[in-house]
Design a protein around this ligand. Structure first.
Ligand code: F6P
Length: 556
């Protein structure tokens, strides 16, 4: 039963370095007082084995976490924190289909979507695996027909373009994977993504397409999301203007949803609906039928390899001891900086052009999961929870925002994600890319002392500005090559990292009540935008802005 949380005053935000209320945190705090004064440069000088000690290889994925402000004792204490938080117990509850999403009374089973073992997964006494497999098969058959040209548009032409209409988890995951796995795409089938309710997004995409050769996937877990439904109705109207008859819709519109009634009401035959279930969270749904655009683009086999990669990471997460468990280590390091060093953000820096959308995807995955100040029991927390996750292509970031990471006043732990083999044939380009990644992590770690700066060849003026403090932490996640399997491993590692952190912070990482208020207010405001009289029902600012919009709306 939830209790009413004590609300903080408006000026109060949870202090970022208050330790968690777990017994081991007292020790961790004392330990932090010694580690915070140590420089990683000295740690490396003292321990030539530091890379071996603090790196972990799992198949084609290597995590080097040696450039972190940690010692063996730090990791020992952090692992104890994971034990005290009962990560193992909560992990088992998740994999066993218990309803750990307490506020929505739902199981959390994205792991079942990629359960390629023979083991059943039970929810309310029912094994969900036959249903999961049936949808995978249905997607394979449908995608096969479209890819081979057997599925034709109403005028008999083959489908050349697929448009996924969705937003949030029904857009970011498929879009990111589509971009990441470009080398595996069907050469004659393009996928487009419409998410924004700014009409220019839909217009710009549709004006390049031929309705006779376009297939729409309306992707929405709820099938009620305003932006998605507005774009879906617009797409249907655009299509019918050309096709004239509603009986042609069947060849050009399919749905991915949990909401049969709404799909049928929209006019899509439920036989053309690809089902998923309430135990799949939107931001964890790319493995489900929400991945239909991925299957269409890269084919069933590559999609299965993506699932296999994620499943391999799931198995590792389930069975590896915490001290050698990749997602657990990533999570604990995040906690170390967030709750002891007071770091407020975490930056994601892919050094692979095809992974340039990964930061945006992880923003939703992480911040919608752990951006919470009320714990799973309804109590207000007094410690920092989810980090601000941000980032962009690393090499471009070097020429834009890295200055602040190197010499600003904030501590920003960084994840560098790099493919060892490029899909490009330009090896010398790739060498430059990798050299830059290495240089950045070394510079962040080492910095440059005054003596080193003075002895350099450059000018001897402005020395304080040219000194780098260093001691900035980073992880390096190295993929042998960006394959479907490696991508599956990487994404599942981040999902479990988010899960572990949520448990340590005692959060329910699987609801998202914080997005509801804005949605409700938007629905209330929408009719007020087209009235003639001045609006006076809100605060002065909102009234003023609405009335200002009235003026320009009339003028246009
Ligand atoms: O508004 C947030 C959210 O509910 C996300 O959690 C979700 O991924 C997105 O909207 C889209 O929701 P749906 O798939 O139901 O359209």
């Amino acid at each position: 039963m939830s209790t009413i949380p004590v609300m903080p005053s408006y000026t109060e935000t949870p202090p970022s370095n208050v330790p968690l209320h777990r017994p081991i945190c007292q020790q961790l705090r004392q330990h932090y007082e010694t580690v915070r004064h140590q420089h990683m440069r000295d740690m490396f000088a003292q321990d030539p084995q530091r890379f071996e000690r603090f790196s972990l290889q799992l198949g084609d994925l290597l995590l080097d976490y040696s450039k972190n402000r940690i010692t063996a004792e730090t990791m020992r204490l952090l692992v104890k924190l994971a034990e005290e938080a009962d990560i193992a117990g909560w992990r088992d509850k998740m994999f066993n289909g218990e309803k750990i999403n307490n506020t929505e009374n739902r199981a959390v089973l994205h792991v079942a979507l990629r359960n390629l073992s023979e083991h059943p997964v039970w929810v309310d006494g029912v094994d969900v695996m036959p249903g999961v497999r049936a949808v995978i098969d249905k997607m394979a058959v449908f995608a096969g027909q479209v890819r081979e040209g057997a599925w034709r548009g109403y005028s008999g032409k083959r489908i050349t373009d697929v448009v996924n209409i969705g937003i949030g988890g029904s857009d970011l995951g498929p879009q990111m994977v589509y971009q990441a796995l470009k080398p595996y795409r069907h050469p004659e089938l393009k996928v487009h993504f419409i998410s924004n309710v700014d009409g220019t997004h839909a217009e710009e995409i549709l004006e390049t397409l031929d309705p006779e050769t376009t297939l729409f996937i309306i992707s929405s877990k709820t099938f009620t999301t305003q932006e998605t439904m507005t774009n879906a109705f617009y797409a249907r109207e655009w299509f019918l203007q050309h096709a004239q008859s509603a009986c042609h819709i069947a060849r050009h519109f399919v749905a991915v949803s949990t909401n049969r009634e709404a799909v049928a009401a929209f006019g899509i035959d439920v036989a053309q609906m690809f089902e998923f279930w309430d135990w799949v969270g939107g931001r964890y749904s790319l493995w489900s039928a929400i991945g239909l655009s991925i299957v269409l683009a890269i084919g069933h086999e590559h999609f299965m390899a993506l699932l296999q990669g994620a499943h391999d990471m799931d198995e590792h997460f389930r069975h590896a001891p915490f001290a050698q468990n990749m997602p657990v280590i990533m999570a604990l390091l995040g906690i170390w900086y967030n709750n002891f060093f007071g770091a407020e953000s975490q930056v994601i820096l892919p050094y692979d052009h095809y992974l340039r959308s990964l930061p945006m995807y992880l923003e939703q995955a992480d911040m919608e999961s752990n951006g919470k100040s009320v714990d799973r029991n309804g109590q207000m927390v007094d410690y920092a929870t989810g980090s601000i996750v941000w980032g962009a292509s690393g090499i471009n970031g070097q020429h834009a925002f890295y200055q602040l990471i190197h010499q600003g006043t904030k501590l920003i732990p960084a994840d560098f994600i790099v493919s060892m083999q490029s899909h490009s044939s330009l090896q010398s380009h790739h060498d430059i890319l990798v050299a830059n990644f290495l240089a950045q992590t070394e510079a962040l770690m080492r910095g440059r002392t005054l003596a080193e700066t003075q002895s350099g060849a450059g000018e001897q003026s402005y020395l304080p500005q040219k000194v780098f403090a260093g001691n900035h932490p980073s992880n390096a996640l190295l993929l042998k090559r960006l394959t479907p399997h490696a991508l599956g491993m990487l994404l599942a590692a981040y999902e479990h990292k988010i899960f572990v952190q949520g448990i340590i912070w005692n959060l329910n990482s699987f609801d998202q009540w914080g997005v509801e208020l804005g949605k409700q207010l938007a629905k209330q405001i929408l009719p007020e935008l087209s009235v003639h009289d001045a609006v006076t029902t809100h605060d002065a600012s909102t009234n003023g802005l609405i009335n200002y919009y009235h003026r320009w709306r009339k003028a246009s």
